[in-house]
Design a protein around this ligand. Structure first.
Ligand SMILES: Nc1ncnc2c1ncn2[C@@H]1O[C@H](COP(=O)(O)OP(=O)(O)OP(=O)(O)O)[C@@H](O)[C@H]1O
Length: 475
């Protein structure tokens, strides 16, 4: 009864056809949309459509969303005809193969089930083809699901393991899991002689912040077993388990171009930040060849991993209460940073820098690091959200705020919101309000953006409207 058939679709001048979540089944019959000559946007997302991808969809489509269906087989060579396509979503199907050598110069957003995107030639013409497979190497990385910040790391090669980019292959390989911080740090320190902190015995030491007891020293850190958590903009992060059982996250910074004096001044400022919604920087180590930052280890990992990590069965999606609580805690952390002075900003806000405790308390991480590596190299290195005036205006690609702004408010529900939340909870109005706040924060001109204290107040008000039994996390 919910199959798409010819009599269903009459000739029409409609430019938009959205049928998300209509429980459509079966294959899309040939030519079924051919009466819709003005069609620009077609969404059949979240149905149970089967068979191969349609070969003959109107070639004047600009947006096509076929995600979350049961399409099988190769990605259709028919896409070659889509000369106007700007947005294509195919995730959560059982497709294989690669996009054909595309004439899709306009394709700005593309997303599909695996994290990996086959090569899309720059400006058309003959592109390198790469077949997708489990641990494939991709020319470009696509950010999954809600973070539709696609194609923003051009010309990078990532080895993919699971859905985590582990190694930037272009930069000459990386360190496998189990690699020890010790080996690298020790190697770097031997004979370096200069820099570093010397204690009275002449040995280099960690510089600690805060009043917490110094339960470990550099020796302990060097002996710790370590595993790679991930590679970020500023270096590689490790989970290090010290012999006495303490677990810390260690970040090895690379490409620090500022002077030692400047580094120490800046890191002192970072270390002085103290707020319950910030991941505390416990200590640092500086030598000519090695810069280590030691943080509390956050056992639940990042918001990014929770949202996009395990898509398999048995996953419990984060509910709205937890998500809005995370938004509030994050806002409080950033509000604190901004309260430290007019020139203090985070510099790299994104979901992998929002870390969670066992009880889903959110803490903002990585603040201040964008200022550590040297002013000239930062603008193009960080991929998190930064206000337009601090990013390179010539940068290509679509960013998340701009993408949201390109979608009219009436369509947020079907296009922007996480269907998982809408399916189980009646929270659409609250989601609209929170998204509107996010859009306000990403306004082009600073004067049009709310202050972070306004932001926290608005999220607190939103939480206050939660139905009985739900309460705002305490300030
Ligand atoms: N203190 C921590 N506790 C637990 N996991 C962490 C901690 N710090 C970082 N991670 C995780 O380690 C991985 C790498 O982090 P890192 O901050 O180096 O890179 P990133 O956040 O992906 O990018 P960027 O460097 O631009 O911030 C991320 O998945 C991050 O969530």
């Amino acid at each position: 009864e919910n199959q798409i058939s010819h009599p269903t679709i009459q000739p029409s001048s409609a430019s938009v056809l959205r049928l998300p979540g209509f429980a459509l089944t079966g294959e899309i019959p040939l030519g079924v949309f051919s009466n819709l000559t003005q069609l620009r946007t077609l969404s059949l997302r979240l149905n149970a459509l089967t068979g191969n991808l349609p070969q003959d969809l109107a070639n004047y489509l600009v947006r096509l969303n076929l995600a979350e269906n049961n399409f099988t087989g190769e990605i259709s060579p028919g896409f070659n005809n889509f000369t106007r396509l700007g947005t294509l979503f195919l995730e959560d199907n059982s497709l294989s193969g690669s996009l054909p050598d595309l004439k899709l110069q306009k394709l700005k957003q593309f997303q599909w089930g695996a994290i990996v995107v086959p090569s899309i030639p720059n400006g058309g013409g003959e592109g390198k083809r790469k077949k997708l497979s489990g641990g494939a190497i991709a020319e470009r990385r696509v950010v999954v699901s809600q973070d539709r910040l696609t194609l923003n790391r051009l010309n990078k090669r990532w080895e993919i393991q699971g859905d985590k980019p582990i190694v930037d292959a272009e930069n000459g390989g990386g360190y496998g899991s189990g690699y020890s911080v010790a080996a690298a740090a020790a190697a770097a320190m031997v004979g370096s002689g200069k820099g570093g902190d010397l204690n009275s015995a002449g040995a280099k030491k960690l510089v600690f912040f805060g009043k917490a007891p110094r339960v470990f020293d550099l020796e302990d850190l060097l002996r710790a077993s370590a595993e790679v958590l991930g590679k970020g903009t500023f270096g590689t992060a490790y989970k290090a388990v010290l012999e006495m059982g303490t677990v810390v996250a260690v970040k090895r910074l690379r490409d620090v171009t500022i002077s030692e004096r400047e580094f120490r001044e800046k890191i002192e400022t970072v270390g002085a930040m103290d707020h319950e919604n910030l991941v505390p920087l416990r200590a640092y180590y500086y030598s000519r060849d090695e810069k280590l930052l030691v943080y509390d280890y956050m056992s639940m990992g990042s918001l990014s991993a929770l949202l996009h990590g395990n898509k398999g069965a048995g996953r419990t999606p984060l509910d709205w209460k937890i998500r809005s609580g995370i938004a509030l805690a994050t806002a409080r952390g950033i509000e604190y940073l901004h309260s430290q002075g007019p020139s203090v900003s985070h510099g790299n806000i994104k979901s992998s820098n929002i870390l969670l405790t066992q009880s889903y308390d959110a803490r903002v991480s990585d603040f201040g690091l964008a200022h550590l590596v040297g002013p000239t190299s930062t603008p193009n290195r960080v991929a998190g959200y930064r206000a337009p005036e601090v990013t390179d205006p010539r940068k290509e690609g679509v960013d998340l705020p701009r993408w949201v702004q390109s979608i009219v408010r009436e369509e947020w529900t079907s296009e922007v919101f996480d269907a998982e939340l809408l399916r189980y909870q009646n929270v659409e109005e609250e989601m609209v309000q929170l998204l509107q706040l996010g859009v306000d924060c990403a306004a082009q001109y600073p004067d049009n953006r709310p202050s972070m204290s306004d932001v926290t107040r608005r999220i607190e008000e939103l939480c206050r409207d939660w139905p009985a039994g739900r309460s705002c996390p305490p300030a």
